[in-house]
Design a protein around this ligand. Structure first.
Ligand code: ATP
Ligand code: MG
Length: 448
């Protein structure tokens, strides 16, 4: 064990940079006689001199023992059972050390479940600290900070990989991707986010196994895609997802008729703007980026429907919106509160050109006017269309001449469907876990 240990004076992590609530949890576990260590992104990011997004803890206490220690504790997940300790809006996640799932006792067999293709459907065998490291995804994510003596543990050569800025999977990449195909998305996310280089052994299987992502529940993909595209490195992540053929599985509709350069240019520009907003600490909504991602498929489909069936463009557009969304939610379960906004942004594209008089006023007072106007400006920029430019200029002037009270957008609601929860959140700082969790938000139904 000692050969893996890096004492306090040989590393740079200080308690001063660890979240107070995470420290409280670590100490409570430690004082109750359990092992308690910080692990994952927090240790990795602190070593890289970055501000961690969240603080994950691992312990030899079982979920039930953790629950007994903390009043503010909730046990979650079936596939991967763990404890959430709640401090107001902050969640500290505590996981029990995982053990190997290949040498199971009869009893353990119930705690692990694997699909025929090797995908882990349940992973609840507990083990030692060293075994826990083997169950993690990348070497740089398997570094531990021990609250007992402030030492680090590095069982998988993560420190060296961090120094070399290399992303390497622990174990056989093929097996590890098959166990959990989301690791392919995580590989891309960390490569982009931390500016690491993906090792050739880790990169090689991705294109070959990309289709396995189809077996992942669409709800999990929604969370992952937010982390991928709305964490501040959306552009780079998007390019890598495309290069590794993962985007094609997540958004098959974008590639149905080959690649559309205009569509991709629009997506890239939207991601550049989004990355900038996140960098400035501004809020972003997933609905906007989905509206951009799926805009050209909707337009194309609307044209096709109106040409084929001689239907009015407006009606064809409505049909196309529904078709595209119902195909998309099969791979990514976009909650209804977002699809309602996506529809608003799209529908307003049809209403923005009918400017003048009362109509303009009504469109202007629509709760999604601002997003729809930004969307229109983006289209004008990408398509370099004279009419769209004229329209943007007209609305720009209109807004200057008719300034709205700051709070007005948000009060007048035209589309009831988009009421309820605010869907604009600073996703750069929001914790969303990969582990399955109960979902209260309803999602768009396929083939709705
Ligand atoms: P982030 O900065 O996005 O929070 P993270 O590495 O902390 O990055 P989390 O999703 O918070 O990512 O997970 C915490 C840790 O749990 C990871 O660092 C890794 O050790 C382990 N982990 C997460 N997802 C997986 C997975 N799919 N397979 C194996 N280990 C995982
Ligand atoms: Mg984390």
């Amino acid at each position: 064990m000692d050969q893996y240990k890096i004492p306090r004076d040989k590393h740079s992590i200080s308690r001063a940079n660890i979240d107070d609530n995470a420290l409280k949890v670590l100490y409570r576990l430690h004082n109750a006689g359990f092992r308690a260590l910080l692990v994952g992104g927090a240790v990795r990011d602190l070593l890289l001199g970055l501000k961690p997004k969240d603080f994950d803890i691992t312990t030899n206490a079982t979920p039930e023992e953790i629950k007994a220690l903390f009043r503010n504790c909730r046990l979650i997940g079936r596939r991967f059972r763990l404890a959430h300790i709640l401090f107001g809006r902050e969640v500290i996640e505590v996981a029990t050390f995982r053990g190997p799932h290949d040498q199971q006792s009869a009893q353990d067999k119930q705690k692990v479940k694997q699909s025929q293709g090797g995908m882990l459907l349940r992973d609840n065998v507990y083990g030692s600290l060293e075994e826990d490291a083997e169950r993690r995804d990348f070497t740089v994510n398997a570094l531990y900070y021990d609250i007992a003596d402030f030492a680090l543990y590095d069982f998988c050569n993560g420190m060296q990989d961090l120094k070399d800025r290399k992303l390497t999977l622990i174990g056989d990449p093929d097996v590890r991707y098959r166990e959990d195909p989301v690791r392919m998305l995580r590989a891309i996310r960390f490569t982009a986010k931390l500016d690491l280089e993906i090792s050739p052994e880790c990169a090689e299987p991705i294109r070959r196994l990309a289709n396995l992502l189809q077996d992942i529940p669409a709800a999990r993909h929604f969370d992952e895609v937010i982390k991928l595209l709305l964490s501040g490195q959306g552009l780079q992540t998007y390019r890598l997802l495309k290069e590794y053929k993962l985007l094609q599985v997540l958004f098959p509709i974008l590639f149905k008729d080959g690649e559309d350069d205009t569509a991709h240019a629009m997506i890239e520009k939207a991601l550049i703007d989004t990355d900038k907003r996140i960098g400035q600490g501004k809020r972003v909504t997933p609905a906007y980026i989905y509206a951009v991602l799926l805009w050209y498929p909707v337009e194309q489909r609307a044209h096709a429907i109106s040409c084929e069936g001689g239907m009015e463009y407006h009606d064809a557009f409505l049909l196309a919106m529904n078709e595209v969304l119902s195909i998309q939610v099969k791979s990514i379960a976009i909650p209804k509160r977002f699809t309602a906004t996506i529809r608003d942004i799209w529908m307003l594209q049809l209403r923005l050109p009918r400017f003048g008089g009362k109509r303009a006023q009504r469109v202007y007072q629509h709760i999604k006017f601002r997003a729809a106007f930004d969307f229109l400006s983006l289209r004008a920029h990408i398509e370099n269309d004279k009419e769209l430019h004229v329209l943007v200029a007209w609305w720009q002037e209109y807004q200057q001449e008719n300034p709205l009270p700051v709070h007005q957008h948000g009060r007048i609601r035209i589309n009831k469907a988009s009421e309820k929860k605010p869907e604009s959140t600073s996703y750069a700082h929001k914790k969303r876990k990969y582990k399955s969790k109960k979902r209260s938000a309803s999602t768009e139904t396929p083939d709705a």
